[in-house]
Design a binder for this molecule. Structure first.
Ligand SMILES: CC(C)(COP(=O)(O)OP(=O)(O)OC[C@H]1O[C@@H](n2cnc3c(N)ncnc32)[C@H](O)[C@@H]1OP(=O)(O)O)[C@@H](O)C(=O)NCCC(=O)NCCS
Length: 256
């Protein structure tokens, strides 16, 4: 991609056509070929059937960003119905399916990375989810894929669970974003700063253990301090009590 970033990309909802199917498979193939052996689990390796099912589904949207006629990024949004079996059943069980939007992996052509395409895909899916009245967006990211989860946090998602994928026992991070409420106010809450260090990949086993402990102690990972390369965590109760305080202040004078 030219460094001047002026290139115009076109958004398209992909359809069940041979051309769209081939473009999806080709881009996924290019990305998988670019992964090191220990990065292969970063994304689901979708078969032609998997892509066809997503394209044909009545509750999934497959989006593509195109540079002229070249597909350079793809993402899937699932808006499950209450009677559907949804992805990530092990997470956010307190919500009805019809309140949720599931963000599946974003893939960006290596030549187009670092230009905000992943963030664009997050925004596009958020808008479609909101248009369908969804309240909460959820996603799951491999713990050792900080490029993806740091980016999701920057975009406003919060680490709400840290654990193991029930299907393959992989170390994963679950994130969620309330699409209809503004981000909570943390100003008076006590923060825990988790330093990612200069080599986050090497530090990942220790970081994952710390994240598990934070999650078990009731903390939520809410922000990325870019300057210091820290993830900032707050206690769930502090977030809630701040929200309640704010609510009371906003309603002062209206309460008898
Ligand atoms: C993860 C991926 C989608 C990011 O796409 P992208 O379009 O380059 O992302 P963006 O340009 O929106 O954002 C890049 C941001 O991620 C951060 N980032 C990139 N690599 C990083 C790394 N190794 N560690 C920490 N943060 C990193 C950058 O700081 C940058 O932040 P900035 O906007 O403040 O500069 C892309 O690298 C990719 O396709 N990877 C392979 C597939 C994959 O892993 N998908 C996600 C599965 S959940």
């Amino acid at each position: 991609m030219p460094a001047d970033k002026t290139i115009e990309l076109t958004l398209k909802k992909l359809e069940m056509t041979a051309e769209d199917l081939k473009a999806l498979i080709d881009l996924q193939g290019k990305i998988i070929a670019g992964f090191k052996p220990d990065e292969q689990h970063f994304i689901l390796h979708r078969t032609i059937d998997d892509f066809s099912n997503a394209l044909k589904s009545d509750h999934m949207y497959v989006f593509g960003l195109y540079d002229k006629d070249r597909l350079v990024s793809q993402s899937i949004l699932s808006l499950p119905g209450d009677n559907d079996r949804r992805d990530l059943e092990e997470f956010a069980g307190e919500y009805k399916n019809s309140e949720l939007a599931v963000f599946k992996a974003v893939l960006v052509d290596p030549e187009y990375r670092g230009h905000g395409l992943m963030k664009r895909m997050l925004k596009i899916r958020e808008q479609v989810a909101l248009d369908h009245g969804r309240k909460i967006a959820i996603t799951q990211i491999a713990a050792d894929n900080p490029a993806s989860w740091v980016n999701a946090i920057q975009y406003g998602m919060q680490i709400a669970k840290v654990g193991f994928d029930p299907e393959d026992n992989a170390e994963v991070i679950y994130l969620k974003k309330d699409l209809q409420q503004p981000a909570p106010d943390f100003s008076s809450a006590k923060a825990y700063h988790l330093a990612l260090g200069s080599d986050v990949h090497r530090n990942m086993p220790a970081l994952f253990n710390k994240m598990i402990k934070l999650f078990e102690a009731g903390f939520i990972g809410t922000a990325w301090d870019k300057e210091n390369n820290h993830i900032i965590w707050y206690k769930k109760e502090d977030i809630l009590s701040n929200q309640i305080k704010k609510h009371i202040l906003a309603n002062k004078g209206h309460v008898a």
